[in-house]
Design a protein. Sequence first.
Length: 254
Amino acid sequence: MKIKANKVSSIYVTNEYDPFKIKYGNRPVDMRHVRNLMSSMKHNYIQRPITINKKMEIIDGQHRFTAAKALGLPIYYEYNTEDLDGIRTMNQNTKNWTMDDFLSSYYSIEQKNNNGDLTGPYTIFKFFKEYSKFPIVICLYMLTGSHSSKRGSNMFKTGKLEIPSGQFELAKKQAKMILSVKDYYDGYRRQRFIHAMLQLFKDEEFDFKRFIKKLDINRAKMFHCTCTTDYIDTIEKIYNWGSKHKVKFRRYRD
């Protein structure tokens, strides 16, 4: 599509907006970020170009484009041959793309490529995250079983997420138990509390039904803790309350 534009070195500028398209699979447009950019642009419009491919799809700068378009400002742009994978790679070690952005991107690609199939790893991950509303790092740990957050994060960002057979069913079962704590403790979605519960699920001495029974009559004793070990200490005291048979749970490093 031809548009009226003036070339400034390798950067072009135009007042036409319609030819530009948001690339499928790119991160969602955050309207709060757009409004912040608009407020800044009203006072000082920095002419930083967006990056597009030959199809006029925006591969970097969709928030700047949306803000400039809303204000009727000229669009500065340049061409780049990088595909979406290349843009993700460039942003892995920056604050430009969050884990949620990577999830949204890979989920969109899965849905497009698999005609809405629900068995893709990022599709399963998105479902579990929306079901549990747990922090994304917790979801990653529960669905992969990996103790290495760095390794798991790198696999997630590069599109290599793998969910072992049976892991989703186990994670959902554990999440259901943790979510049931909501009626007794308002910090049931705190990251350290969930870590503690996941460790306790591995301990043969721990009985979840007994814990809930004791927690029901000792709610005031369940309070926020700053580390996993402190949570296990607190849960152990509640668990042993009024019992002749005292148990000692295993501790792990955070």
